[in-house]
Design a protein around this ligand. Structure first.
Ligand SMILES: Nc1nc2c(ncn2[C@@H]2O[C@H](COP(=O)(O)OP(=O)(O)OP(=O)(O)O)[C@@H](O)[C@H]2O)c(=O)[nH]1
Ligand SMILES: [Mg+2]
Length: 269
């Protein structure tokens, strides 16, 4: 539930000193979609409209790292008469993982139960959100902690990738399954529904970059959380540019190696 009488723009714990957050109060809600953006002006407006049209109960939080292309302005424009759309602008590019963590923490503070994380570049289809949410429901009395939109289970697929991306993705997922010992087929997917109670209980530090996706799953798995995979079709971006450059790839490899070490250390009680 949104805190009553909250002053718009008041910094909250976890906000950087010069961050800007949504100027409007959040309506109460259960599920919020969290999308991190860096230079996504070409796609963000369509994504906002599509997500908010999927279900009138859904809200959307965009965590933008002050994109120089004016991504935040495009969000503000729509948010002006859309109370279910929230914007959090951070100063300077600080990484995909850290943006998602800030989004999840803000969602938890506002009383949401579930956050759906997705990319802003059109690769993930908002129409798949209801299937991800349904997959969180209990099986044998045990709810799932996270439902992954998976390209690597029967029915899932990837459209438009060059061979090099297929090879890189296969290597990452081989490593996370057989070396990091994560029992999932698509650990690097950026489309997932996460129970915020589980997330908040994890504590600890997460990898701040792209490897956050695998790292979150490692935390959840080691805490005993159930992970389910739902087949999705992932479509390579057709607009804007990839933000995952050589630096991000090298940081991702280093992070996976750290995770492999952590996977061999005893879990916290
Ligand atoms: N806030 C924030 N968002 C980021 C950052 N880096 C990437 N993103 C966003 O994270 C999402 C995934 O980034 P992409 O560039 O699409 O990475 P990718 O999906 O691995 O690669 P492509 O689809 O080939 O571009 C997109 O919505 C980006 O805008 C960052 O440093 N900060
Ligand atoms: Mg992408």
């Amino acid at each position: 539930m949104a805190p009553e009488g909250e002053a718009p723009g008041t910094p909250e714990p976890g906000d950087g000193p010069d961050d800007l957050r949504s100027a409007s109060a959040w309506p109460p809600g259960r599920v919020v979609v969290v999308t991190a953006t860096y230079r996504e002006r070409a796609t963000i407006a369509a994504l906002c409209r599509h997500v908010l049209a999927v279900d009138p109960a859904l809200q959307l939080l965009v965590v933008d790292d002050d994109s120089p292309d004016g991504t935040a302005d495009a969000v503000r424009e729509i948010a002006r008469d859309q109370p279910r759309l929230h914007l959090h602008v951070r100063r300077g590019r600080r990484g995909l993982g850290s943006a998602i963590v800030e989004g999840f923490r803000a969602a938890h503070r506002h009383g949401f139960h579930v956050a759906v994380n997705m990319d802003a570049d059109g690769s993930h289809d908002p129409d798949d959100i209801p299937r991800l949410l349904a997959a969180l429901e209990p099986v044998g009395g045990v709810p799932a902690a996270v439902a992954l939109g998976s390209r690597r289970v029967p029915g899932g697929r990837t459209v438009g990738w060059p061979l090099s991306r297929h090879v890189a993705s296969a290597l990452v997922n081989w490593f996370t399954r057989w070396v990091v010992w994560l029992p999932v087929h698509d650990a690097s997917t950026g489309f997932r529904a996460v129970r915020l109670e589980t997330f908040a209980a994890l504590g600890g530090a997460f990898e701040p970059g792209y490897a956050f996706q695998e790292d979150l799953l490692l935390h959840i798995h080691r805490a005993g959380g159930r992970i389910v995979e739902v087949p999705i079709t992932f479509t390579n971006r057709t607009e804007g540019q990839s933000k995952a450059g050589l630096r991000q790839s090298l940081e991702g490899i280093a992070a996976l190696l750290r995770m492999a070490v952590r996977a061999r250390m005893p879990s916290r009680p």
